[in-house]
Design a protein. Structure first.
Length: 286
């Protein structure tokens, strides 16, 4: 049996303005059809919504009303924000629309001019971008010069503790993780250490288990970003990286005081290290 031919909506892929333009120009498939002609088209499978359930058709009607300029309710906007939170462009807009958005962003980064419509969406009523108005000092933050109440500060602290930050494993972290898997050691990546003063997310955390009687924290330090003294002189490092090195030393001391074993490995060491060498270094920390 041959594949059944699928019928697409006539307005698929159109924006709200394009949809209205087509409608006014009479480009809809069923405009000016009488009842008999409409039924004939429907039986022949020429309607765009044939085979849809009532619920799906109802949802499409809602979308159609939104495209025709009917404003969404605040509750609907809130639900959409929650629904799209943390999702990629593909998940939010679909593949075709996401490629268009990425292409426009890419042009901006390459220094090309944006489309007039795209710029218009990002400008104010006066036709000037918010960034320029901010630079001129015309805009002012509503909380500038004000401080939060003690109650508000506590709420902010609690919300930040519950916040989940998306983290990406670096190539050196992945190599150490693979070694731990081969050795059969249980571990957690980007584990939040909260029982020290300088709370943070460590690269790898190894809990107490068979053969390991004390908690272990493994840090995979990049040579430049953590200021490897064997490679970079202090004169060649920025103030930010020197400060990061001091923070690393402080956290290591605090971890040891709280009963953790700490293993810090530099990037250049990880690139050369073998499984046997890593196992020896790990046993020295036990």
């Amino acid at each position: 049996m041959g594949k059944k031919k699928r019928h697409c909506a006539w307005n698929k892929g159109l924006t709200g303005k394009e949809y209205l333009k087509h409608f006014r120009e009479g480009k809809t498939w069923n405009k000016d059809l009488n009842g008999e002609e409409y039924l004939k088209h429907f039986r022949e499978g020429k309607t765009w919504n044939k085979g849809l359930t009532k619920e799906t058709n109802k949802s499409l009607m809602k979308i159609s009303r939104g495209m025709q300029g009917v404003p969404r309710k605040e509750e609907t906007k809130r639900k959409l924000r929650i629904h799209f939170l943390g999702k990629t462009y593909e998940e939010r807009f679909g593949r075709q629309k996401s490629e268009e958005i990425k292409g426009k962003l890419s042009k901006v980064h390459l220094g090309e001019k944006q489309d007039k419509e795209w710029v218009k969406k990002r400008t104010t009523k006066g036709g000037e971008t918010l960034r320029r108005r901010w630079a001129k000092g015309e805009l002012r933050h509503p909380r500038l010069g004000k401080s939060h109440s003690i109650e508000a500060r506590e709420k902010i602290k609690k919300s930040r503790k519950l916040r989940v930050y998306k983290t990406k494993n670096t190539s050196i972290e992945i190599k150490i993780q693979e070694f731990l898997k081969q050795l059969g050691i249980e571990f957690f990546t980007h584990f939040y250490i909260k029982d020290i003063r300088n709370k943070y997310r460590c690269d790898i955390f190894i809990p107490v288990q068979d053969g390991i009687l004390q908690r272990i924290v493994i840090e995979c330090d990049g040579d430049y970003w953590h200021g490897n003294p064997e490679i970079f002189l202090d004169e060649k490092l920025t103030e930010k990286i020197i400060k990061q090195r001091e923070i690393d030393d402080t956290r290591t001391k605090q971890l040891i005081e709280k009963g953790y074993n700490v293993l810090r490995i530099w990037e250049n060491e990880i690139k050369r290290i073998t499984l046997n060498n890593f196992e020896e270094r790990l046993k020295n920390v036990f």
